[in-house]
Design a protein around this ligand. Sequence first.
Ligand SMILES: [Zn+2]
Length: 236
Amino acid sequence: MSEIDELKTKLAMACRMLFLAELVDYSGHISVRIPGTDRFLINGHPISRATVTPDDIVTFNAEGKRLEGKWDLPSELPMHTRTYRARTDVQCVAHLHNRMVVVLSMADRQLIPASNPGALFGQGPIPIYQDPALIHTNEQGDAVARTLGDREAAILRGHGSIVVGESIEWTFAGCIDLEESATRLCFASLLGPVRFYTDDEVNRVSKGRRKMSVIQKVWDHYIAKARIAGLTENLN
Ligand SMILES: [Zn+2]
């Protein structure tokens, strides 16, 4: 299998696992840079995220033009193109419509580490992009990229989130941890004042969590869950 075919298969798998984790619904997308190029892969616009195959993956360039693939590109593509433009270190971008992250933003609460999944993102609150409109223009994409800055996640108020990383696996694990962090914080907030982690606690927990062996373990766990759920069919 060629390197690009392998990437398409892994991206299709990531789409299905984000669906399984209820982090994307009928919308939401994940893209990856083809190593050493300014070309990228993403799931096609109309396809259910539960059944994406490598054949449903679309190739696009830095200007957001479709180069190959049978489906239209997602309408919020500028979030991907402008983030890749601003962040040459980023290899993979996911856009989620994740429930609990959105719930926190609706209540104007910041997502600050108060449990171990939150520590993956380091110290301080996850930045929040305040405009709930969908990201359809380069100007909006630039504004999201500015909000993200050098972080690995940003919340889109009332809408969802963007998570970036150095690989599909790393970004996927970030998606899982971002939502889990928000979910735990929402539940804890119902019980009373939340005890947030100190900077030292974030640093020490983060050190144990930001390891490729842990990231791979998250990926492998969701592959197993997807297999049990019957979501690993027709991937080749
Ligand atoms: Zn969206």
